[in-house]
Design a protein around this ligand. Structure first.
Ligand SMILES: [Zn+2]
Ligand SMILES: [Zn+2]
Length: 420
């Protein structure tokens, strides 16, 4: 049996790297004062049809939708924002102090053609800030995402920024766009998008569509005064933060709910310029799914993509996980002493292991090596007799004789040195 097409298992040591990366992202969220929300991995289908939009590729082609035994139409969540907004409305979180700053981690599901690093179940983290429309919120969300990339020393990225206006000003723009595009030989997908979702033509990757866009009216020339002011303010704040960005009037994002600010951070690490994370403002989404007016802003970041970019730039090496100690002991008496040492070291909070298979000294030393442990704690006959250990630094090969009662202090000192 194999894992279903488009899915994969995450095995050690990748899973260790994964957890470390997730831990560092959680720490960033904590520093920015965001709190976690966990929503179900499936929702009523209607949520995504109304929230994401019935004419988007996601809803038309990519959802895992099924009927449960009670006859309800259920969909595995294809994205993280609509469920968060649903929970915000359901639990009346708009009654709490606003804006509400939330983050999530979890799997998302899209029935896409499997390609390298595109999975039908992929793991995503994201933030949603609900209940405020200040441009400072837009800037904070973008900045937080960028901080995550910086945390992992990623370099090859560019921030693309656009405003796609609000529901009022975009309607006029849509009409202009349709007027401009209607006689052009668009690809089949765009042909059908033209009436329902004309903005999507702007980021079509098929056939000639990009070439046909020469001279196309730009959304930023058509947004209303308020949207224009908001967009200028966002740019101003980002500039104050020293953040470079590229204005990209063709950036529209694939989901219907976006308004005003839209952004994507693209990197060369993922092959042809690809998005490592992106998001935007969705001021109408709450009302769209039956809630009160509650502007929102967020981003989603694919963990697989982040990890791939880190590997491409060689940045995953710096955050390998270490085992602090590996106990080596042969012989009945030594084994039992080794076992006690292992317990003591673990109790003091160090990660430690030993051979549990009764192997020879030589294989145990190999095991210590393979485990990536910083120290081997070697207990031979003499050591067992006299109550000390040989502590071997596995990278330098240096060995110290350490009294049993000093061991924990010694390991703590080593860890401090390592941190420098
Ligand atoms: Zn507007
Ligand atoms: Zn097209």
């Amino acid at each position: 049996m194999k894992a279903p097409r488009g899915t994969r298992d995450i095995l050690p040591p990748d899973s260790c790297l994964w957890n470390k990366v997730e831990g560092k992202i959680r720490e960033k969220y904590r520093i920015y004062n965001y709190q976690e929300i966990k929503t179900p991995i499936f929702e009523e289908t209607e949520l995504f049809v109304r929230g994401v939009g019935g004419t988007t590729d996601i809803v038309e082609k990519e959802m895992y939708t099924f009927q449960d035994k009670g006859g309800r139409s259920i969909t595995l969540r294809p994205e993280g924002t609509a469920p968060v907004v649903r929970a915000y409305i359901e639990h009346k979180l708009y009654g709490k102090s606003q804006p509400l700053k939330l983050y999530y981690f979890g799997p998302m599901f899209r029935y896409e053609r499997p390609q390298a690093w595109r999975y039908r179940q992929h793991y995503q983290t994201g933030v949603e800030v609900m209940g405020g429309d200040s441009p400072f919120i837009d800037a904070e969300v973008i900045l937080l995402g960028i901080e995550i990339l910086k945390e992992f020393n990623l370099q090859n990225w560019v921030l693309h920024l656009n405003s796609i206006g609000c529901s009022q000003c975009r309607a006029d723009y849509k009409n202009e766009l349709i007027e401009f595009l209607k006689d052009k030989p668009l690809c089949r997908d765009c042909e059908s998008r033209l009436e329902r979702n004309p903005l999507r033509v702007l980021d079509c990757k098929e056939g000639n569509c990009q070439k046909l866009l020469e001279g196309v009216p730009l959304v930023t020339d058509h947004i209303c005064q308020e949207c224009g002011d908001h967009f200028r303010k966002v740019q101003e704040i980002l500039s104050v933060c020293g953040l470079d960005f590229r204005l990209d009037p063709f950036l529209v994002r694939g989901l219907d709910y976006y308004t005003r600010t839209a952004f994507e951070v693209k990197t060369k690490d993922l092959g042809a310029q690809d998005t490592i994370f992106g998001g935007g403002r969705y001021d109408g989404l709450s009302e769209e799914i039956g809630g009160p007016r509650a502007p929102g802003m967020g981003f989603g970041l694919g963990m697989e993509r982040l990890l791939l970019a880190m590997k491409q730039e060689g940045q995953e090496r710096g955050i390998k996980s270490y085992l602090d100690a590996y106990v080596v002991a042969v012989g009945d008496k030594q084994l039992l002493q080794g076992w006690n040492t292992l317990r003591e070291v673990r109790k003091a909070g160090f990660s430690a292991d030993m051979d549990l298979m009764g192997r020879s000294l030589k294989s145990q030393m190999k095991g210590a090596n393979r485990s990536g442990a910083r120290y081997a704690l070697i207990i031979g006959e003499e050591e067992a007799e006299e109550g000390f250990l040989q502590v071997r630094d596995m990278s330098s090969g240096e060995q110290d004789k350490v009294q049993k009662e000093d061991l924990v202090k010694y390991l703590a000192w080593g860890k401090e040195e390592q941190g420098k």
